[in-house]
Ligand binder design. Structure first.
Ligand code: AMP
Ligand code: MG
Length: 464
């Protein structure tokens, strides 16, 4: 397999990473490869050594494997030393669109950042990340992607012995807010400046310095969160080490799409206080950007002025977010140029949905059809609301809504079902679900069906 590497991170100051080879595994087997993505990256995946490369057993020519240093706030608590504890960056390629992409193995063995961890992943989270990241991409959400997944033939020990697996992840970069925090906290201005220059060149060439960079990152992040909200997506671990500086959804852990709508929904078993609940995501987004702003301040010549300017920049996040949210939900209801009054229309729908525990995805998937009212218990209330929507609907509302409202999402209970089957060696449910969620606008009665009360999965686990 030939991968046309060009490794820019490896050329950055040495204290920003450690050169680190993956640790070989016993008996790797391919679970899935993403041939369309491979083609876009200029990689011929059909080669016989593909399984060994995706397992970390052989290192492709031109790779410069490394583990990145980063820090982060986890559930609000500062952790000065995280880093790639089980992920190894093989290198970067320039894809068919001219965009530089990282190729990273996650679960490829220990690194100096592993702390007490084993550097491995088990099959469940690998399958979840593969399914959800590819679904997000298909729904037009900026995200890391899945290039391949393999089983290792080795057990990993969590509360029990579980099958080990490795996912090959593709990202615009794996640089996080926490990467900036790592160097800012150490007072390492050389690395902080090099990182900032690297990020500007790589992701935001229009920025002329840290202040402009901050503005652009905030705008991308606000729009990303608005897209999550429009899909009923709950990331689950919006720690600053899980915030991509390129504005992609990254680190799919205990993430979930809501079935029945409630704004306070939390799925992650470790999120006891609902810090990362659905409705808290925009506020946490601002909190995370405040941490990014703080990390950039050492680069600014006038500290007091920088604090003032950066505070104002962070306060612009909710403004950008509210506008993006209105556009996202406006499109979901077929409203062109949604206005401030339409905000009330949208909020009123969400109130009805909350009251009736209506299925988030299916309410929008049926919008504009006679079946929409079937999603509600109080159908008269919905009809009254829908008359207001129709009065505001754009001439091409049906087409707008078809493009904005997925029919198929990776519902929790289906992801769980696929993982349970996969643990038992049956990958057929995984492949069937992957095929369905990567065509999210194509109706499929089986995968569109909301879970019954018995089927509902209300807890997700980091399960690292
Ligand atoms: P995550 O929860 O995957 O975002 O990881 C948070 C931090 O813990 C990162 O620094 C990871 O590299 C590290 N980590 C998570 N799981 C493991 C593991 N099994 N072995 C080593 N490090 C890990
Ligand atoms: Mg992480």
């Amino acid at each position: 397999m030939k991968i046309p590497f060009d490794n820019s991170y490896f050329r950055l100051p040495a204290q920003m990473f450690t050169a680190q080879l993956p640790t070989p595994v016993n008996d790797p087997q391919i679970i899935a490869t993403n041939d369309a993505l491979a083609t876009k990256l200029g990689i011929d995946i059909s080669a016989t050594d593909a399984v060994n490369i995706f397992a970390g057993n052989s290192i492709p020519e031109g790779a410069a494997p490394l583990a990145q240093a980063y820090a982060g706030h986890q559930f609000g608590n500062w952790n000065p030393q995280l880093g790639d504890g089980r992920a190894i960056l093989l290198g970067e390629v320039i894809d068919a669109d001219g965009i530089r992409r990282d190729i990273q193995l996650k679960g490829a063995g220990p690194t100096p950042f592993s702390r007490r961890g084993d550097g491995r992943a088990w099959l469940g989270p690998v399958m979840r990340e593969y399914l959800v990241s590819e679904a997000m991409h298909a729904m037009g959400v900026p995200t890391t992607r899945a290039l391949a997944a393999v089983t290792t033939g080795e057990p990993v020990y969590r509360e029990e012995a579980l099958p080990g697996a490795i996912i090959t992840r593709v990202a615009q970069s794996h640089i996080r807010v926490g990467t900036f925090q790592f160097f800012a906290a150490r007072g390492d201005i050389e690395a902080l400046q090099a990182l900032t220059d690297h990020v500007i060149t790589r992701h935001y060439p229009e920025a002329d310095g840290p202040a402009a960079l901050l503005d652009l990152v905030i705008a991308r992040y606000a729009k990303l969160i608005a897209k999550w909200m429009g899909l009923g997506f709950i990331h689950g671990v919006m720690n600053t080490d899980n915030v991509s500086i390129a504005g992609e959804t990254i680190d799919y852990g205990p993430c979930a799409f809501m079935d029945d709508f409630h704004p306070d929904s939390v799925f992650s078993a470790i999120d006891q206080y609902g810090r990362y609940a659905y409705s808290n995501q925009p506020a946490i987004g601002a909190w995370n950007m405040a941490q990014f702003a703080t990390a950039l301040i050492p680069l600014m010549p006038d500290r007091d002025k920088a604090i003032e300017d950066f505070t104002a920049a962070v306060h612009r996040l909710p403004v950008t977010y509210e506008q993006a949210w209105l556009e996202v939900f406006g499109a979901k209801l077929g409203l062109s140029d949604p206005t401030e009054e339409d905000r009330t229309l949208i909020d009123d729908l969400l109130t009805l949905m909350t009251k009736d525990s209506a299925d988030f995805t299916n309410v929008f998937a049926h919008m504009g059809q006679t079946t929409a009212r079937d999603q509600f218990l109080d159908r008269d209330a919905f009809d009254a609301w829908d008359a207001r929507r129709q009065a505001r609907a754009a001439p091409d509302a049906a087409a707008m809504m078809a493009n904005a409202n997925p029919q198929i999402i990776p519902r929790n209970h289906r992801v769980e079902e696929a993982i349970i089957a996969g643990r038992g060696g049956d990958m057929a449910p995984f492949h069937a679900l992957l095929a369905a969620v990567t065509q999210p606008y194509v109706y499929n009665a089986d995968y569109a069906r909301a879970p019954t009360t018995d089927e509902r999965v209300t807890r997700t686990f980091c399960g690292t």
